[in-house]
Ligand binder design. Structure first.
Ligand code: ADP
Ligand code: MG
Length: 913
């Protein structure tokens, strides 16, 4: 691949074939001018891999080349010497640069893109030793991407700046300000939080990149959090300088003061300024069109911490896949921008009933008008991603297809606005107004200028419609005409020389040339032909010539083509400027399209899956009738069994209820817990819900934990994790919160676990006073209902049938009588011998347990007396014999083979009776 590179011959350090020129400075140990330039640019960007443009390639040298060749699996070659040593080199062709960039960024690298800043011909004019002027035009980092090929269309890609306030007194909790923006859509927001809230915010935003000051990055308290995150970039102190923050922010938005945006704290301003400064540094001075920063109101969104998000599988499953997540189950959006907005709303449900109702009104309007919904969705599906095309144009990174996207998007916007006239909800009316704002002349102008088929890059030319510009048409005609003349010339030369195989070809090094096979080469180098044909190059099988005529034609073609391209580029700039000038209304229209898409999409899923509009209230009621799990019901083939849930305060009480849910494994406890949490999230994000009826008193914080979940990655024992997370809940949940605890205490010895679960329930009931669902396999806990006024027992019903369990998945009041663990094990296909053996062991253990000191102690506690006790097993002679034999065994000293043999012996004993 190396020989095929088209490095420009004018670069003093490159020869025509991209091969190393022999006998140069580097051979004698001097640094070549090009290497000098490379080293200087690299030194200015030490943290980045440097993509150094040479002709049609981005080359990397030295250590960069070694890193990239390993990361990308591309060949590592050499290119000359530096201080007597070979210089490792590898490179990627510019057409495929995006793909390689994507992989490097995904691996956590940052890339500085260094371009040629002048035509190599200019460099040549300065003398043979001169080097093409180059400069870094952009730093590519994971939080500042704009290319479609580098972004997930369905997700926002946030750059987040974190700043910490020095606490004024030692005991006081640190405060943090977060500023976050999506450079590819222009969204820019601010928020403040405490240490616990910080982790939750990061979980909500799933940042593409986080920037912090060097000092914060090195801080011992912050290290565990920051080091566990994928893309954290520490930056020098000046980026986080509070004294210059307001000025930097104002300068970015070209306003005299940021007061017009709202009254921000110094901490917020510092975070916001860090974001824009980083954007300017990575975009090398260019300013993508950001919306002015908006503060997110405190408490305006439902607080959901990272563990809860993961556990409820909101955006992806625990296995990391989108399939099987709530997002995948409800996302029926038809546009990328709609999908991003839906994800945002899902990640940050609201807490203000009026705002939630406004969203529900919009969904309801589309639910009741399926025809309109279908029409709007068809139009939305055909509209391109306006926001991201716009940003690329503003950053000067856009191509002809971005212009076309703007044109088509604006036409679609106007069209959709017209079809929304019938709908009255405020959210839709506001969207329709925004869709009408952009000047229709912009779309018309773009449509008139652009061709039907568009190249990916403007440098390829051919994107301006013929007939649009007289001068351009003329230049193109001249160029095409000359090409025809060349074809004629080839025919004439073949005729004159009687070489039928004579061809006129073109390449980037020689330009146009006459190409004949070696056997005909001699003929053209002798009279009379040598008067016309001038030798250029001899290859293994080919000899190449030029002629004066060909040279003249070539110049003519090149001139015409250059002129045509120049005219096209000028037209591109003009159209681009037109778009940039209208950036603000275009951005608003793009956002409005997303809003309409989300409302119509939520209406679609509601209609498809029979969801109802939830009632949202400012109290702490929670009544679900016939609730279903939105993901499980789509995944299973059997009908889903709907279940009720009522956590509203009982008569005369001022706090909500707690359910203790018991039932065997696989009965549906976890499903039931989660479906109620998911119904809260759906309600508060403004969606209809899978239920017959739902009345939800606004939840301010939602917690969900599962016992004994693995967290090996962070190297904590599972039980430790479980306890850390339970502690977080007990310290934070309040009267408006909803807590879901699934089998807490499972990760330790039985009595430990039981005691912890016991005390946890008491704390939730007495101190947190929140609504809660608590699934447990400790049946003893059901006795607590007799003691705690707002505690209720619920169980998932099963039926026992011929010694097997049948799961009914139906939640009813009351407690489960037993675990059916062995029956479930049987269903799972454990060998019959093991099942039989387990039954025996269980009988033995239950008999022993009744007499164990611990059990007696529990029995002495009045509450536990209510626990239904397993009936004493019928003891017969066989059992006696088997039990005796069992007692003789010492499992700790047995080999697997011994154990198996003992098992056979036991079976034999049992069968003998
Ligand atoms: P548990 O937590 O009690 O062990 P799960 O909630 O994990 O049980 O449920 C086990 C399986 O039972 C689920 O994967 C699902 O397929 C099925 N299931 C649970 N609840 C229902 C339901 N209400 N209707 C139908 N199937 C259900
Ligand atoms: Mg479970």
């Amino acid at each position: 691949m190396d020989l095929a590179r088209k490095h420009d011959p004018a670069d003093a350090s490159q020869d025509g074939n991209g091969r190393v020129t022999p006998k140069t400075d580097e051979d004698i140990g001097r640094v070549t001018p090009m290497m000098e330039q490379y080293i200087e640019i690299k030194a200015a960007n030490p943290e980045c891999l440097l993509f150094y443009r040479m002709g049609d390639f981005y080359e990397m040298f030295f250590q960069d080349a070694e890193i990239a060749s390993r990361a990308l699996g591309i060949v590592l070659t050499k290119r000359g010497k530096h201080l007597g040593q070979d210089i490792p080199m590898c490179g990627v062709p510019i057409e495929r640069a995006d793909e390689y960039l994507h992989r490097l960024i995904a691996l956590g690298h940052r890339v500085a893109v260094c371009e040629q800043m002048e035509d190599p011909a200019e460099a040549r004019k300065r003398g043979s030793k001169s080097v093409v002027r180059r400069d870094v035009v952009r730093l590519v980092t994971s939080g500042t991407l704009t290319e479609d090929s580098l972004l997930d269309a369905r997700r926002n890609n946030y750059l987040v700046a974190i700043v910490r306030a020095r606490s004024s007194s030692p005991g006081e909790d640190a405060r943090f300000a977060l500023a976050f923006l999506d450079i590819s859509t222009g969204e820019f927001r601010l928020t403040e939080c405490d240490r616990v809230g910080l982790a939750a915010e990061i979980a909500r935003l799933e940042p593409g990149e986080i920037i912090v000051s060097d000092a914060l990055y090195g801080d011992a308290e912050m290290a565990p959090l920051l080091r566990a995150l994928p893309a954290v970039t520490p930056l020098p102190r000046d980026v986080f300088d509070g004294a210059t923050a307001e000025r930097r922010l104002a300068s970015y938005f070209a306003v005299a003061t940021t007061e017009a945006f709202g009254a921000f704290t110094r901490l917020e301003l510092t975070a916001a300024a860090a974001c824009v400064t980083y954007v300017e540094r990575t975009q090398i001075g260019r300013r993508p069109p950001l919306s002015p920063p908006v503060r997110e109101a405190q408490g305006a969104t439902l607080a959901i911490d990272a563990a809860t998000r993961a556990n409820l599988e909101l955006m992806r499953t625990l296995a990391g896949e989108r399939r099987g997540s709530l997002a995948a189950a409800i996302d029926r959006t038809v546009s990328a921008a709609g999908s991003r907005l839906l994800a945002q709303r899902l990640a940050a449900p609201l807490t203000d009933p009026a705002a939630i109702r406004e969203r529900l009104d919009a969904v309801a309007a589309f639910v009741t008008d399926p025809a309109l919904r279908g029409e709007a969705r068809a139009k939305l599906a055909a509209a391109p991603d306006l926001a991201r095309a716009l940003v690329r144009l503003v950053l000067g990174r856009g191509g002809p297809r971005d212009l076309a996207a703007i044109a088509a998007g604006l036409l679609a916007a106007a069209d959709i606005a017209a079809c929304l006239d019938r709908l009255t909800p405020a959210e839709i009316a506001a969207a329709a107004a925004a869709l009408r704002r952009p000047d229709p002349a912009v779309a018309a102008e773009l449509a008139a200028a652009l061709a039907d088929e568009l190249p990916a890059f403007k440098r390829d030319g051919g994107f301006v419609r013929s007939g649009h510009d007289g001068a351009l048409d003329e230049a193109r005609a001249l160029r095409d005409e000359s090409r025809r003349v060349i074809a004629g010339l080839q025919a004439r030369y073949a005729e004159e020389t009687q070489i039928r195989a004579l061809k006129i070809r073109h390449n980037n090094v020689l330009g146009y040339f006459v190409d004949v096979t070696a056997q005909h080469g001699d003929k053209l180098m002798k009279p009379p032909f040598n008067a016309t044909f001038i030798h250029r190059q001899t290859l293994a099988g080919q000899v190449r010539f030029t002629t004066t005529e060909l040279g003249e034609l070539e110049a003519k073609i090149a001139n015409a083509a250059d002129r045509a391209l120049g005219l096209e580029l000028a037209i591109f700039e003009r159209l681009s400027e037109r778009v940039v000038a209208a950036a603000e209304p275009i951005k608003a229209a793009a956002q409005a399209l997303a809003v309409v898409d989300v409302a119509a999409a939520l209406a679609t899923v509601a209609a498809e899956r029979d969801y109802v509009r939830p009632e949202i209230e400012a109290n702490i009621d929670f009544v679900i009738e016939g609730g279903r799990h939105p993901v499980v019901e789509q995944a299973i083939e059997t009908p889903f069994v709907a279940n009720d849930c009522d956590l509203s305060p009982p008569e005369g009480e001022s706090a909500g209820r707690i359910y203790v849910v018991t039932g065997p494994n696989m009965a549906g406890k976890s499903t039931y817990l989660r479906q109620n949490a998911l119904i809260v999230i759906l309600t508060q994000m403004g969606s209809f819900v899978p239920a017959k009826r739902a009345r939800v008193g606004v939840v301010d914080r939602l917690f969900s934990r599962v016992g004994a979940a693995d967290d090996l990655a962070r190297g904590r024992s599972t039980f430790m994790v479980e306890m850390v997370e339970t502690a977080a809940i007990l310290n934070q949940a309040g009267p408006r919160s909803l807590v879901i605890l699934d089998e807490i205490g499972r990760g330790t010895a039985t009595f430990d676990g039981l005691s912890i679960a016991w005390a946890t329930i008491e704390h939730l009931h007495e101190t947190n006073r929140c609504r809660a669902l608590f699934a447990t396999h400790f049946h003893e806990l059901t006795a607590l209902a007799g003691k705690l006024a707002r505690l209720f027992n619920a169980t998932v019903r099963v039926r026992e049938w011929h010694g097997d369990v049948v799961f009914l998945h139906e939640v009813v009041a009351g407690a489960a009588d037993r675990s059916y663990g062995i029956q479930v094990a049987k269903l799972a296909g454990l060998p019959p011998a093991v099942i039989e053996r387990a039954k025996l062991v269980l009988a033995e253990l239950e008999a022993e347990d009744r007499t164990s000191p611990a059990r007696r102690l529990v029995d002495d506690l009045p509450l536990f007396a209510a626990t239904p006790r397993a009936p004493a097993p019928a003891r017969d002679d066989v059992a006696e014999a088997v039990a005796k034999a069992l007692a003789m065994l010492n499992p700790d000293e047995m080999s697997p083979r011994d154990a198996l043999e003992a098992l056979y012996a036991l079976k034999l004993k049992a069968a003998r009776s």
